[in-house]
Write a protein that binds this ligand. Sequence first.
Ligand SMILES: [Zn+2]
Length: 260
Amino acid sequence: MPELPDVEIFKAYLNRTSLHQTIGSVTVSDVRILEGISAKKLRSRLARKQILGSDRHGKLLFARVDGAHLVMHFGMTGELQYFKDEGKTPQYARVLIGFTNGFHLAYDSRRKLGRIRLVDEMDRYVAKEGLGPDALASDFDTFKGALESRQGYLKLALMDQHVIAGIGNIYSDEILFWAGIHPKHKTNDLDQKAWKRLFRAAQQVLHMAIRKRADPDRLPKSYLIPHRGRGGECPKCGAELRTVKIGGRRAYYCPNDQAR
Ligand SMILES: [Zn+2]
C-alpha cells in the first residue's frame, strides 16, 4: 500500500515526465474512482491545460492544473505510468490523460479504492478531510503535539492519517524499530527522550526510503522491512522477529530492541 515515500516517488515521476505538456484527452474507464466530479466535467476542466507543478500531503498527490488541483489518492495498489504507445496502456488504467505530444499518463490501480478529484484549494481540502500535518514536513513540536493528541497505542497514532499524514503499517514498524519502542507503547507514556528518538527515526526512515526509491529491496539490510515475514530475524541482534495485531494490522518488532 503506497505510503509517504511511495507518493513522493510518484511526485518526482510526475514532475520528470508530465509537466508543461498540453492535455489533449482525458479517458475515464472506471467512473467509480472519481469523487465529486463527473468524467465529462473532469475532461472539460483539464482539456487544453497543462500540469504546472505538484505537491504532496501525506499519501495524497496534488497536480496543479490552471488554478485547480487534481488530487490523487493511490488506495491499495495505485501508481502512475507514463508511456507513448497507446497499446502499452496498463491493464488497470482507470484514468488516462493523453498529451498533445503523443505521450500518455495513466493512473493505474489493480485493486480499486483509489480516489481522484479536482479541488480549487489544496489547503482547504486537506483541512476539510481532517488530515493531520504531513509526517515529513513536521518539526519536532508539531510531530509530538499531533501524536500526543491521540490516546492509545503509538503505532495506531502513527498510522492515523487524521493525526499525522503519510505513515502506514510498513513504515510505522520501521520507525518504531529505529526508535526502540514497542508497537503497543501508549502515546501518553513516552518521555521527552523517547519522543526525540521517535521523531529522529521518522525523519531518517522516511528520507532513506525516498532515497531508495521506496523500493524495499534497495533498503539497507540493517532495516527491519527486508526481514519482515515468517522466521525473519532482527538485523541488529539476530532474535526472531515477533508480530502483534494492532488495529487489524500485523506489526513486526524485535522483542529485545523494542522491549516493553
Ligand atoms: Zn533485535
